[in-house]
Design a protein around this ligand. Sequence first.
Ligand code: NAD
Length: 586
Amino acid sequence: MKTHSISIVGIGYVGLCTAIAFASRGFKVLASDIDKNKVALINKGKAPIHEPNINEQLQKVVKNKHLKCILNRQEAVLNTDITFITVGTPSKPDGSINIQYIKKAAEEIGEALSKKDTYHLVVVKSTVVPGTSEKIVKPTLEKHSRKHCGKDFGLCVNPEFLREGSALQDTLHPDRVIIGEYDKKSGVTLQALYRDFYGEKTPPIIRTNPPTAELTKYSSNAFLATKISFMNTIANVCEKIPSVDVTTIAKGMGLDRRIGQLFLNAGLGYGGSCFPKDVKALIAYSKNLGCNPELLQAVENVNETQPYKAIQLCKSFLGNLEGKKIAILGLAFKPDTDDMREAKSIPIINQLLKEGAKITAYDPAAIPNAKSIFKNKIRYVSSSVECLREADCCILITEWEEFKRLKPENFISRMRNPIVIDGRRIYDPREFSRKLKYVAIGLGSKQIQIEPDEGVWINPALAVNVIVEDKGMLLLVKRRFEPFKGLWSLPGGYVEYGETVENAAKREIKEECSLDIEPSRIVGIYSNPNRHPWKHVIAVCYAAHVVGGEIKAGSQEENAKFFKINNIPNRLAFDHAKMIRDYTNR
Ligand code: NAD
């Protein structure tokens, strides 16, 4: 029989996991919430949140009566001797935290304490800025109980560090326990509870004062957010350097014990109910103290802009997004949760909709929550197979395990245009970029390699389509040399290593076509400068410029139209996809 009985006020993520964890180790737990539906669900053994194994664990503790959920907060307090406050602390518009739920909970607990004649410990587990427990919670409890903190009841701050997606596991096996005690007796009582709970496996316990404990929580989350924004900054640099991959950089950095391997994954930014809110709150709190939290501000800015990288990459393939079918894999802010709070799918989908794209989305757990955000503006499907069907581009937003199992063939066979934007770096770039159009956060494109790795040709297959027009005659060059032998391309569209662009244009017309002419005009048409190696785009523009030509930028469709208008047989139109495949398979 455990010595303490526990009440939990606020049975959301943190409250429910805390309740199940204590109940699973034999403690009597009375949980309470203002939400009738949650209370009813929990008593039926159904978790209102999605977490691995949570329903099984919940059913066990409800069945053996170690956990009961009630609406009456006072009853919960009166029948237990330690109360954890686990209500939400959302952001206000200025980023600071809204403590209305904390205040209300403290009032209710205070009322209950006024009716109690034995010692009671109140533990603030919600994330609150330094000073909240001593300046808000303590006086509220004292006012409503008409008792003294440190004498009639105790008060501790005990921040929670669980991660959604592994919340129960983290609650049962934390790295450390931080106790910010108002007085010694409070600290000793809470430490004894945790010793009883964890037994031999008790993690390191740090006992300190309440504001230090409160700030430890914010500092931890802000530091983790900084690691993520830092890697996203590096990822953006990587994308500009041929063949550089941020995942290898992260591995190399992570092996340094001073840095560590976790939280170095570049991606579309962090979301969820904690990091964005906690970074904002720490910024607001620091400013209020007259500090200038420049670094935190930068962390937040990087995180705000990072999701739009997905749109940029999408447009680099598709150009205008009006009417394009985009498949979204993953909506939740991270895998193994249905939580959509601050999920990066939200700004990405909103922007895609703004640009006229048609969205089909699939997530293994978050669709019910996503529906309340996107309503019927997007189509929801129940599998990745359905999601990819006929899509022009796929954006992977959440790294669910089941998405990791998808192969290039799954995309190729279902999509109209197999383009994959890997927002979370879950696919092997060697495998994917050989078989389809694959771009990923932090992956420097191989196609913009400046130094040729073999021979003298610099990826001419990707060269933009340029047509040399001379006295009404349109010239295209059929390539004579491997590896592009037999492909139609443009004169001057690629350059021998070390050669000037002007010479390249002339040489190719002469050598490749055996024509002795000086082109009077070059009409350059290229599909999209983002999609093609910049060097070739520049080469074409420059070649056109030196011979007094004219440059026209356009999409692949426009390119095809140009061929049609000018009566060029279809066979002359380049199959870009094939050329890219040929080149990358080399
Ligand atoms: P949540 O929104 O999931 O749950 C809060 C619950 O409190 C809700 O069920 C709400 O109905 C209930 N509530 C509000 N007022 C109440 C009252 N007066 N009495 C009883 N219940 C009341 O929140 P959460 O995600 O569990 O977060 C709780 C706190 O823990 C926050 O401060 C958060 O920052 C912090 N935290 C969250 C996580 C996480 O991953 N979710 C991790 C660590 C810390």
